[in-house]
Design a protein around this ligand. Structure first.
Ligand code: IMP
Length: 214
């Protein structure tokens, strides 16, 4: 287990929703964090078949390009009734032929796939969001942190907060979808607090406990 001994890191992502959430989470720790997107790093191809593999590909590409420790996030929605789909292909489900992303279309695809399975009752729509954060150093060392949040796919999209599939994910024990929560409510975590809510905040909490002397 390696500690992070610098206050400058790169957030190895080109996804503005993720970059904003990681910036929120890391803010209180006094880091100067720039993103792979603003540094114009090439987006590596995600050729892995697990969240861990893809997280490592992104973090290592950024660590090598920048010479700085880099923190990536590979995440996705895992739906039981769809045998774990879209899983590591969650971003691909939103892709148009021209490479742009359309999450209204992706959420409609999820709904259609569930309808095709006859999965209309909440108990048949169990799902979880998974986030694997990888911290990679330029010498190739990596540390991984996995966070998951259980929930269900809502009957229809609700809310306009957050990003991606947030409007259709209702975390267990909550009445609102992530799309109806503020960023703070979705993270459900502040430094020093025991519990976090979102998959990303849960993984981030493990990163803090492992790599930071916080
Ligand atoms: P990745 O860049 O391959 O990790 O893609 C992850 C996909 O999962 C993207 O399409 C995201 O929109 C979606 N996703 C991951 N985390 C969240 C989240 O917190 N809310 C909504 N969608 C998410």
């Amino acid at each position: 287990m390696r500690k992070l001994d610098t206050k400058t890191i790169v957030v190895a992502s080109h996804n503005s929703g993720k970059i904003a959430e990681i910036a929120d989470l890391i803010g209180p720790f006094g880091f100067s964090a720039r993103s792979a997107r603003e540094l114009n790093f090439a987006e590596p191809e995600e050729t892995g078949t697990t969240f861990e593999q893809n997280a490592a590909i992104k973090a290592l590409a950024s660590a090598h390009a920048s010479g700085l420790p880099s923190l990536s996030d590979d995440s996705g929605l895992v739906i039981d009734a769809l045998d774990g789909a879209p899983g590591v292909y969650t971003a691909n489900w939103a892709e148009n032929a021209d490479g742009s992303r359309d999450f209204a279309m992706a959420m409609a695809k999820v709904e259609q796939a569930l309808a095709d399975k006859g999965a209309m009752a909440p108990s048949q729509r169990r799902a979880r969001f998974v986030s694997v954060l990888c911290l990679a150093w330029p010498d190739g060392h990596t540390e991984m942190f996995r966070g998951e949040v259980e929930g269900a796919i809502a009957a229809a999209p609700r809310g306009t907060s957050g990003f991606g599939y947030d409007p259709i994910f209702q975390p267990e024990g909550h009445e609102r979808t992530f799309g109806e929560m503020t960023a703070e409510e979705k993270h459900g975590w502040r430094p020093g607090q025991q519990q976090a809510l979102s998959h990303r905040a849960r993984a981030f909490k493990l990163f803090v406990e492992t790599c930071l002397d916080a």
